[in-house]
Design a protein around this ligand. Structure first.
Ligand SMILES: Cc1cc2nc3c(=O)[nH]c(=O)nc-3n(C[C@H](O)[C@H](O)[C@H](O)COP(=O)(O)OP(=O)(O)OC[C@H]3O[C@@H](n4cnc5c(N)ncnc54)[C@H](O)[C@@H]3O)c2cc1C
Length: 339
């Protein structure tokens, strides 16, 4: 790619009007990559905003020169159509968060523009004029490095997971220029819009770990697979599902569907109960956005204590049955008073 003729587009998301930390880290990564190649960083929003100027100022501090904002909120299909509408331009690099919207847009844009799509990148860098993207492979046991030629043009879509990079604001950078993000044709055969024909409530045990409100997770401190029978009982009482650390799924105490963390599910339930889990960074990355974290650990200094709202220094094999008994007793008392 020649100097100055390319761009890196970054799909950004906001929460409460502010750029999310994950989107900020994407912008910072883009600015780093753009700097040595004289590329422009264009942020793209799909949410409509009442105060785009605040967003433009923040996007500028993270390194974007342009921020495209729609007039009304766009879904993944509108956004894809908007992103692929200028097919005459070089596609450049598109960075998205590995969120539901980010992943869907990445897949759709990649398919439409026939670009490689690399998921959950942990490193993105230039080497000898080519873009090198590292992503977890083999269930996180290895890292796969993909080398993308940047000449004559660069074209790739990369999603990035929470925690892989950090966003650094640089004061003194000018605000990004606000541009409208125009709606494009979305009824094209390549981009069919799904029609909702009905809705059904899914039983909690058929929901994904990232969809439930309560996760009761266990680790090595449970001492063996039998500890998970207790967790299942507790999860059922709380209307949740059982999660697990990698050490226990590796040992086959519970299936890998339950794995939470870097190589498993990323969850953010209302309540995350961590029983006998040490709180290794690879685990914490998958649950730290939970609204309330309660941990049970025999070690008062276990790292899980740093993310927990409450840490019970106790034997999980004793405290979990006691919790089950207490909840059951409470419920039967409640049923008695209502009868
Ligand atoms: C590339 C890579 C990817 C990884 N991905 C993941 C991932 O996605 N998810 C993940 O979880 N890990 C992952 N890991 C593994 C991670 O580093 C830790 O090894 C793992 O999370 C530890 O599991 P644990 O907390 O169950 O076990 P341990 O670290 O052994 O901790 C057990 C804890 O239980 C406590 N304890 C002991 N007995 C009791 C008791 N009776 N009651 C209460 N507490 C008790 C101990 O004090 C200790 O804190 C990954 C590692 C690598 C290298």
């Amino acid at each position: 790619m020649n100097a100055g003729d390319g761009r890196i587009r970054v799909l950004i998301e906001t929460a409460g009007g502010a750029i999310t930390p994950l989107s900020a880290s994407l912008l910072h990564l883009a600015a780093d990559l753009a700097e040595s190649r004289d590329l422009a960083v264009h942020a793209v929003m799909y949410q409509a905003l009442s105060h785009p100027h605040d967003l433009a100022a923040a996007a500028g501090r993270y390194g974007a020169s342009v921020v495209a904002v729609p007039e009304t909120e766009m879904d993944a299909i509108d956004l894809t159509a908007a992103l692929v509408s200028d097919r005459d331009q070089d596609p450049g690099l598109l960075l998205t968060s590995a969120t539901a919207v980010g992943r869907e847009v990445a897949a759709r844009v990649g398919a439409r523009l026939d670009l490689p799509v690399l998921h959950a990148a942990t490193a993105v860098e230039w080497r000898d004029g080519r873009l090198v993207v590292s992503c977890p492979a083999l269930d996180g046991k290895a890292s796969a490095r993909t080398v993308i030629d940047a000449a004559p043009t660069l074209g790739a879509v990369v999603t990035v997971a929470e925690g892989a990079f950090s966003g650094v604001e640089i004061d003194g950078r000018p605000p990004a220029r606000i541009e409208p993000l125009h709606r494009a044709e979305t009824d094209a055969p390549w981009c069919p819009r799904p029609h909702v024909t009905g809705r059904a409530l899914t039983p909690v045990d058929e929901l994904g770990l990232d969809e439930v409100d309560v996760v009761v997770a266990g680790g090595m401190g449970l001492g063996g697979p039998e500890g998970f029978s207790l967790l299942r009982e507790l999860a059922e009482l709380l209307g949740g599902r059982v999660g697990a650390s990698r050490m226990v799924t590796d040992r086959g105490w519970i299936s890998t569907d339950a794995l939470v963390g870097q190589t498993g599910a990323t969850v953010a339930p209302s309540l995350y109960l961590a029983c006998g889990i040490s709180g290794a960074p690879q685990h914490v990355i998958g649950m730290r956005d939970s609204a309330t974290v309660i941990a049970i650990n025999t070690d008062a200094h276990a790292a899980i204590g740093q993310v927990a709202d409450v840490l019970f220094v106790a034997d999980a094999r004793k405290l979990v049955p006691a919790m089950i008994e207490l909840i059951e007793r409470d419920r039967s008392n409640l049923a008695g008073t209502q009868a």
